[in-house]
Design a protein around this ligand. Structure first.
Ligand SMILES: C[S@@+](CC[C@H](N)C(=O)[O-])C[C@H]1O[C@@H](n2cnc3c(N)ncnc32)[C@H](O)[C@@H]1O
Length: 205
């Protein structure tokens, strides 16, 4: 008989105890601990932000002068203070101008960091391609929404198209690579692509 999936693992319990709406919070915390991609006072775009645990991490980490904009197909129920704004929208159809214009209480300015934890509806067939499409969209958006020198973290479900997406990130950023945080389930195909230092005239193709 197959073993029941361990839903209530260590990170699930820790998230509950520490008030995070999802265990994903620990993935971002771990990636940032290792790579130092997000700094206090940064302006951050979080694509695929619902239910909002990365935004909770950002709200704590960025401080009162930082800003975070979260975008998701679904409404975020979690409530935040004035430095965080959430928008219901589709990353495929929102323009860079709309994304920049969503910053709370600010004139539009380019983001310092772009995050994407976007995930397709998985069916077991072609999920890696759907995930790669989401990542390609994030990379398409970067030159219009991320400042030169800015940083990136995005989730991808590993598969055939992954090396091409990683190679494109390596062309666009001064440094880039992949990481699998401990909080990511062993069975999951998800890994995270990180990029440091968007080149000012990036090779987008
Ligand atoms: C794993 S969840 C994100 C968890 C989030 N980082 C957190 O910590 O709470 C993935 C999210 O991606 C969103 N998503 C998928 N495709 C999207 C798209 N095209 N535009 C915006 N959001 C999208 C889904 O609605 C879902 O809420």
């Amino acid at each position: 008989m197959p073993r029941p999936r361990q839903l209530h693992d260590r990170y699930f319990k820790q998230a509950k105890a520490e008030g995070y709406v999802a265990r994903s919070a620990y993935k971002l915390l771990e990636i940032n601990e290792k790579r130092r991609l997000i700094r206090r006072n940064d302006h951050v775009l979080d694509l695929g932000c619902a239910p909002g645990s990365w935004l909770q991490v950002l709200e704590e980490h960025l401080g009162p002068h930082g800003r975070a904009v979260g975008v998701d197909l679904q409404e975020v129920r979690q409530r935040f203070g004035p430095t965080v704004r959430t928008v219901v929208g589709d990353a495929f159809t929102m323009s860079p101008g709309e994304l920049l214009g969503a910053s709370p209480g600010e004139r539009p300015r380019l983001f310092d960091v772009v995050l994407s934890d976007m995930a397709p509806n998985t069916s077991g067939h072609g999920d890696d391609f759907l995930s790669a499409r989401l990542c390609e969209r994030v990379l398409d958006l970067c030159p219009g929404v991320l400042r030169p020198g800015g940083n990136l973290v995005m989730k991808i479900l590993e598969g055939e198209p992954t090396p091409d997406v990683v190679a494109r990130a390596k062309r666009m950023f001064t440094e880039a690579g992949t990481t699998k945080p401990g909080a990511s389930r062993d069975l999951s195909r998800e890994i995270f692509i990180w990029g440091k230092g968007l080149k000012s005239e990036p090779t987008s193709g």
